[in-house]
Design a protein around this ligand. Structure first.
Ligand code: ATP
Ligand code: LTN
Length: 333
C-alpha cells in the first residue's frame, strides 16, 4: 500500500502512432476512473515503442501527443503522475534484472511477440524481451492494479509469474499485481475486419478511429465500416461480429448498456444506427480534442512531465534499490 493508504495503479501507452478509440475505451477511460480512489502512475512508454523501428522526429512528436492526450482524456496531473518512461532510468535498469529472471520458453509463448514477429526477416531482440520491461514498469511502483485492454492479459500473467519467482528466490520484494480489464470494451475491433483488434499501427486509417480525427472523418469512417449481412441491430458477437463491435462502441460512447442499444435501434436499419453512432463518438471526441488543443498550445505538458517524472522517480528508485539489495548487488554507501 502507498503512504497515502491508497492502492497503487500503473499503466502505459506506447507513442507508436495516433491513439485510437480502442486505446481510449479499453484503457484510458479506466485510468480516469481510478485516479480518485488510487495513487496512479501513467506513463508514455517510449522505450517500448523503439522495439520496432521509429522515425526519431515522429517518436518525439508522438510522445508529446500521447502525454497531452492523457490530460485531455481527463487525467488530472495533480492527482496522477504522468511521465515519460525514458525520463525515469529505473525502468531500463529493472527491465534488465527482469530479463535475467525470465525464461526463453515463456517469452516465446507471448502471442504479441508471435504476431509482431510473424513474416519478418529480422526481428529485434528488444521485441522479444519487451514483456520483461513491462514487468519492470509495473513492479517498480508496487502496483496492485494495472488497467489494460484484453490483449495485455498474457503480459500481466508473466509479470505476476516474474514477481512471484523473484519473491521466492530473493525474499518478499514485489507486490504481485492484478489486471483491471473492463467488462465491456476490453477489445474494440477493427472497422474493416472484426476478427482483428482496432490498432494504431494498422496501415489502413479506415480501420480505426483516431482520437484526433475531425468530426467529418469520424462520420466517413463509420459510414464505411463493414457490417454483417441482414439489417437488424442485434448483439451477437459470434454471428454478427461487425455490428456487435459497433454496438459496443455506441454503448461505451453513449454510456448505455448493450440491451439499451438494441432497444433504441429496434426496427431501424444499419444506416440510422451508423448515423447516431458517429454522433455518439463525436460527442466523446470533441471535448477531448478541445482540451488537447489548449494543452498543446500552452506548452504546459513539459511542466506536467517534469513533475510526473520526479514523483515517479522517487518511488521507482526506492523499489529498484530494494530489488538490487535483495539480489546481492553491492550498493554504494
Ligand atoms: P498497437 O495497436 O500499435 O500494437 P496498442 O494500441 O495495442 O499498439 P498501446 O498503445 O501500448 O498498444 O496500448 C495501450 C492500451 O490500450 C493497452 O492497455 C491496450 O490493451 C489497450 N488497447 C489497445 N488496443 C485496444 C483495443 N482495440 N481495444 C481495447 N483496448 C485496446
Ligand atoms: N505492453 C503494453 C504497453 C505497456 C504497458 C506497460 C501497459 C508497457 N508497459 C505497463 C500496462 C502497464 C501494450 O503493448 N499495449
Amino acid at each position: 500500500m502507498s503512504e497515502s493508504g491508497k492502492k497503487r495503479v500503473l499503466s502505459g501507452i506506447q507513442p507508436s502512432g495516433l491513439l485510437t478509440l480502442g486505446n481510449y475505451i479499453g484503457a484510458m477511460r479506466n485510468f480516469v476512473a481510478l485516479q480518485d480512489e488510487c495513487e496512479c502512475y501513467f506513463t508514455v512508454v517510449d522505450l517500448h515503442a523503439v522495439t520496432v523501428p521509429q522515425d526519431p522526429a515522429a517518436l518525439r512528436e508522438n510522445t508529446e501527443t500521447v502525454a497531452a492526450l492523457f490530460v485531455a482524456a481527463g487525467i488530472d496531473p495533480k492527482k496522477a503522475a504522468i511521465f515519460v518512461q525514458s525520463h525515469v532510468s529505473a525502468h531500463a535498469e529493472l527491465g534488465w534484472l527482469m530479463t535475467t529472471l525470465a525464461y526463453m520458453g515463456e517469452l516465446e509463448r507471448m502471442t504479441q511477440f508471435k504476431d509482431k514477429a510473424a513474416g519478418k526477416e529480422a526481428v529485434g531482440a528488444g521485441l522479444f524481451v519487451y514483456p520483461t520491461l513491462m514487468a519492470a514498469d509495473i513492479l517498480l511502483y508496487d502496483a496492485h492494479l494495472v488497467p489494460v485492454g484484453d490483449d495485455q492479459k498474457q503480459h500481466l500473467e508473466l509479470t505476476r509469474d516474474l514477481a512471484i519467482r523473484f519473491n521466492r528466490r530473493y525474499g518478499e520484494t514485489f507486490v504481485v499485481p492484478e489486471p483491471y480489464i473492463p467488462e465491456v470494451g476490453a477489445r474494440i475491433m477493427s472497422l474493416d475486419d472484426a476478427s482483428k483488434k482496432m490498432s494504431k499501427s494498422n496501415p489502413n486509417p479506415n480501420s480505426y478511429i483516431a482520437l484526433l480525427d475531425p468530426p467529418d472523418t469520424v462520420r466517413k469512417k463509420i459510414a464505411r465500416a463493414k457490417t454483417d449481412s441482414g439489417r437488424e441491430v442485434v448483439f451477437d458477437p459470434q454471428h454478427k461480429p461487425e455490428i456487435s463491435n459497433l454496438m459496443t462502441i455506441y454503448a461505451q460512447c453513449a454510456g448505455v448498456t448493450l440491451d439499451e442499444v438494441a432497444r433504441r435501434f429496434e426496427g431501424k436499419g444499419y444506416g440510422d444506427f451508423k448515423k447516431e453512432l458517429a454522433e455518439a463518438v463525436i460527442s466523446v471526441l470533441e471535448p477531448l480534442q478541445n482540451t488537447y488543443n489548449q494543452i498543446r498550445s500552452s506548452g504546459e505538458i513539459f511542466d506536467i512531465l517534469r513533475d510526473g517524472a520526479q514523483r515517479a522517480s522517487s518511488v521507482a528508485e526506492a523499489t529498484l534499490r530494494r530489488a538490487k539489495e535483495a539480489m546481492g548487488f553491492l550498493l554504494p554507501k
